[in-house]
Design a protein around this ligand. Structure first.
Ligand code: 5GP
Ligand code: ZN
Length: 119
């Protein structure tokens, strides 16, 4: 894997593009989605570039676990106190737009829509 990527989320990690940060540590960055789909909508990304879950190998398991492990605490802190949804879009069929793995965290206060296309 290359060490430098010019994808938009790598540029946010490097501070080249501003973002409203929720949390940052040595391997994870969390920031608000620029186009929120819910009252609470932030993205959790590993600082290391991975396109999506197809590329997640054993080396990535710890950071993936840490992201899920801190989602509830951050959701509550951001005001989603009565439930939230976690979404990871992967590839064309998953309608992924930014090819740097990211966990969407979406929350209320009111219940969200069905969340799956019912077509
Ligand atoms: P995807 O469809 O790839 O799962 O979702 C990508 C998400 O990234 C979208 O919800 C979009 O609004 C968000 N996004 C795209 N560009 C930026 C950006 O420059 N800054 C932030 N904060 N979010 C972005
Ligand atoms: Zn990247």
């Amino acid at each position: 894997m290359s060490t430098r990527h010019d994808c938009i989320f790598c540029r946010i990690v490097r501070g080249e593009i501003p973002a409203r940060k929720v949390h940052e540590d040595d391997e994870i960055l969390v920031f608000h989605d620029i186009n929120p789909h819910a009252p609470v909508h932030f993205l959790m990304i590993p600082k290391v570039h991975i396109d999506n879950l197809y590329d997640a190998g054993p080396d990535h398991h710890p950071v993936l676990g840490r992201m899920l492990g801190m989602a509830g605490e951050l959701a509550r802190r951001e005001g989603a106190e009565d439930g939230f949804r976690v979404v990871i879009n992967n590839g064309r069929v998953g309608r992924q737009e930014v090819y740097h793995l990211h966990v969407h965290v979406l929350g209320g206060p009111e219940p969200l829509g069905p969340g799956m296309n019912r077509r």
